[in-house]
Design a protein around this ligand. Structure first.
Ligand code: GLY
Length: 425
């Protein structure tokens, strides 16, 4: 028996909202739990010393690509090209299923990618959305910026443009991502993104569990795992695949780079929300939401729930906040509070939202901020930084505690599926 997402959300089953969640609404600026690198006076608070240039910041899935990009930037390379070197890494990696090659597909099994970039020194921008069959959409967004009089191309037109300027068409759906999608399709296709979402005023989280449903869910997970085996998903990846079916991920990478002359650029790229409706664009290709760079002020970008970030024009909001004198940390916190305000600070809904901002000011001060401390206690949100020393630092959260999976899980979760299991992300 399959359970429809809207059905089970509205039903009387379920999930304790927040095992381990302790949403106190603390402003991290008042009491940052870590990474005191970006308070009102970042130059004096940075544990690595005063703000430095050159510097590159990125989402943590870019950390392994920072050395090469930093060397390139230091040797005089362009700031946008340095940032693109970082995000190209996950785009090329078939095992990163949130970006580029191997990204999880839309509900029809087709990978659709989004990206945008801004070049501070020349004050130009480029963007592409819903692009199929082209792996390095971050570079395509740069090509739109350089080789057209437009800023944004989407869908088939963007794909044809990419091919015209020399990008190869290739199948982006890896065998592993195809099998995960098939698993979702077979067992979860009524549990999709159709119907009113979290922002709907009528939306209610599920209420406490009862054992019959719990048994049903245990059986359902067992069937999913068995079917994953029949589909040929490697044993060690099966529960990770089941997690991706039950809790569609929306990973992304953002990177901003600043050189010693004070030139600054940024870019963001993603495969977007797994099993999304075809044509859905998140925040990543939206200049001002997923990324924004102003040569006079700084650069910012986002990972997390695209729908929420679009509504607060997050990256642009942050840059305008810094223009008016806020520190990177204050600017990011303000954007996060706007997301909370959009839900009237209702923690039963905010628990299900995940958002992280990566912020770089023109003087080299930076901050990573997030709505919650992390995705789990073992997977805290981090910002990757290279300013001569490569490192990952904890972001500063607006709320203490960890975010919840969406959609809500209606019963106590089997150990293998918990966010701290070896199969999580
Ligand atoms: N932040 C990526 C997306 O929502 O598409």
């Amino acid at each position: 028996m399959s359970i429809n997402r809207r059905g089970f959300l509205g039903s009387a089953i379920a999930a304790s909202l927040a095992t381990g969640l302790n949403a106190q609404g603390l402003n991290a600026q008042d009491k940052p739990p870590g990474g005191a690198h970006a308070s009102a006076n970042p130059a004096s608070d940075n544990p690595f010393g005063p703000a430095k240039r050159p510097i590159i910041i990125s989402a943590n899935n870019g950390v392994n690509y920072l050395d090469d990009a930093f060397a390139f930037l230091k040797s005089g390379g362009d700031t946008l090209d340095a940032a693109l070197r970082v995000v190209k890494g996950p785009e090329d990696d078939p095992n990163d299923d949130t970006v580029g090659l191997g990204g999880l597909p839309n509900e029809e099994g087709v990978v659709e990618l989004d990206a945008c970039c801004m070049h501070g020194p020349t004050r130009r921008a480029g963007s592409v959305g819903g692009v199929r069959n082209i792996k390095n959409v971050s570079l395509v967004s740069k090509a739109v910026m350089e080789h057209t009089g437009h800023v944004m191309l989407v869908g088939e037109g963007a794909e044809r443009f990419a091919v015209a300027v020399g990008f190869p068409r290739e199948n982006l759906l890896t065998e592993r991502s195809r099998k995960i999608w098939l698993l979702w399709k077979e067992y979860h296709s009524t549990d999709d993104w159709w119907g009113p979402g979290l922002a709907d005023p009528q939306w209610k989280p599920p209420s406490p569990t009862t054992s019959p449903q719990s048994e049903l869910w245990q059986q359902r997970i067992q069937r999913l795992e068995e079917r994953a085996g029949q589909l040929g998903i490697e044993p060690e990846f099966r529960m990770a695949a089941v997690r991706r079916v039950l809790f569609p991920p929306s990973g992304t990478i953002h990177c901003s780079a600043l050189n010693d002359k004070g030139e600054i650029s940024g870019c963001t790229t993603t495969s977007g929300l797994a099993y999304k409706l075809p044509g859905r664009l998140g925040d990543s290709p939206i200049i001002g939401a997923g990324c924004y760079t102003d040569q006079d002020v700084g650069s910012a970008g986002a990972t997390g729930s695209g729908e929420e970030n679009i509504k607060v024009a997050g990256a642009h909001t942050i840059i305008e906040n810094m223009r008016r004198g806020m520190s990177p940390l204050e600017a990011g916190m303000d954007a996060l509070k706007r997301i909370a305000r959009n839900y009237n600070n209702d923690m039963t809904k905010l628990n299900f939202i995940d958002m992280t901002y990566y912020i770089l000011r023109k003087d080299g001060a930076y901050s990573g901020v997030s709505l919650w401390e992390g995705y789990s206690k073992q997977h805290l949100h981090k910002i990757a930084v290279h300013d001569g020393t490569r490192r990952s630092e904890a972001t500063v959260p607006l709320f203490r505690g960890i975010s919840n999976e969406f959609p809500p899980f209606p019963v106590a979760m089997p150990k293998e599926l918990t966010k701290d299991s070896e199969y999580a992300k």
